[in-house]
Design a protein around this ligand. Structure first.
Ligand code: HEC
Length: 148
């Protein structure tokens, strides 16, 4: 148990101290990682969206579960856009405008955190109110930095 704890700590320390690019052996791995994270994010965001838009029956528990997954997953993709990981559907501008990209990422993290917070209320109107800004946070980055 102690050893596992120490290993886990060492792994965490490594994650924190290494530059993001060093976490992935190849650019391809970083692309797969961020696309995987974004796919899971998108799937759960879609489930909340269907309820917010009245296309699916509202289920407070599953809305909350999905919103919390979204908020968590929204923290993950950005480190996988490190230098040298150009590709996928990511526009090359990301690597020229890192500050703007990371700022949009941060805003999306905040908007999805608010959605998760709203989902705890079990109140569909509050979820609807938080869903719009969260969806806009995705769109503003996709418009600027994603190829369709
Ligand atoms: C800071 C920029 C940014 C934000 C914010 C952002 N995305 Fe994206 N998203 C991207 C980029 C860039 C790609 C393309 C990644 C690639 O192909 O390497 C992408 C790809 C995706 C994909 C496709 C993944 C695949 O396998 O091709 C989905 C789904 C997605 N985003 C959903 C979302 C949702 C939902 C949100 C908001 C909750 C969001 N994104 C917020 C930049 C962003």
């Amino acid at each position: 148990m102690k050893i596992i704890g120490a290993l886990a700590l060492a792994a965490m320390a490594a994650t924190v101290s290494l530059p993001a690019s060093a976490q992935f052996a190849k650019a391809e791995d970083a692309i797969k990682y961020r696309q995987g994270a974004l796919t899971v994010l998108g799937s759960h965001f879609g489930r909340v969206g269907a309820m917010a838009n009245g296309k699916a029956a509202f289920d407070a528990k599953s809305a909350q579960e999905s919103a919390e997954i979204v908020a968590f997953m929204a923290k993950l993709p950005w480190a996988a856009f490190a230098a040298g990981t150009e590709g996928g559907k990511a526009k090359p501008e990301i690597w020229k405008e890192q500050a703007k990209f990371q700022d949009l990422a941060k805003k999306s993290e905040e908007a999805t955190a608010k959605l998760a917070e709203a989902s705890k209320s079990g109140n569909l109107d509050q979820i609807k109110a938080a869903f719009g800004p969260a969806a806009n946070s995705c769109k503003s980055c996709h418009d600027a930095f994603r190829n369709r």
